[in-house]
Design a protein around this ligand. Structure first.
Ligand code: FES
Length: 151
């Protein structure tokens, strides 16, 4: 394992051990449940909005280390951003996690800590673990209160 992979691993382990923004938001503006169809693990995302801006965002649920770390990293990044900014971020993260690593690839330096999730790209069954929180986010900012699946 090279130095960068070790750093990514540390970020995942840290956010799994001590998830940021874990818990519910009372009277959240948006509540979305995300389900990974491959394993049945689920998370619930709570979002409070201030106009078009995410004022607060939290999550609950259980899942593997990748899904918990991804939820934690996502909430940490999303807080304070506008809905439009988060749509752009979702596209970039989705490309990072599912892209083929060629010309359309995302600049990992720009992704900051989220780059720690990029390693799942080599493991198709883990991609859904990492994208679960992000699909819930896009569902929440699109106004959904429904169940979201990563399919
Ligand atoms: Fe269930 Fe990863 S194995 S979310």
């Amino acid at each position: 394992m090279n130095e960068l992979q070790e750093l990514y691993r540390e970020v995942i382990l840290d956010h799994n051990r001590q998830p940021r923004n874990f818990g519910e938001i009372e009277n959240a503006d948006r509540v979305v449940e995300g389900v990974n169809p491959l394993c049945g693990d689920r998370m619930t995302l709570y979002v409070s909005l201030d106009g078009e801006q995410v004022r607060d965002i939290r999550f609950t649920g259980t899942g593997c280390a990748i899904s918990v770390a991804s939820s934690s990293l996502m909430t940490e990044k999303a807080k304070g951003h506008s809905i439009d900014e988060l749509r752009t971020l979702f596209d970039r993260v989705h490309e990072m996690l599912t892209g083929d690593g060629t010309e359309a690839d995302v600049d990992l330096d720009e992704m900051d800590k989220l780059a720690a999730l990029s390693g799942v790209r080599a493991y198709p069954t883990r991609v859904k673990c990492a994208t679960l929180a992000w699909h819930a986010l896009i569902g929440a900012i699109s106004g959904s209160r429904d169940r979201i699946s990563t399919e």
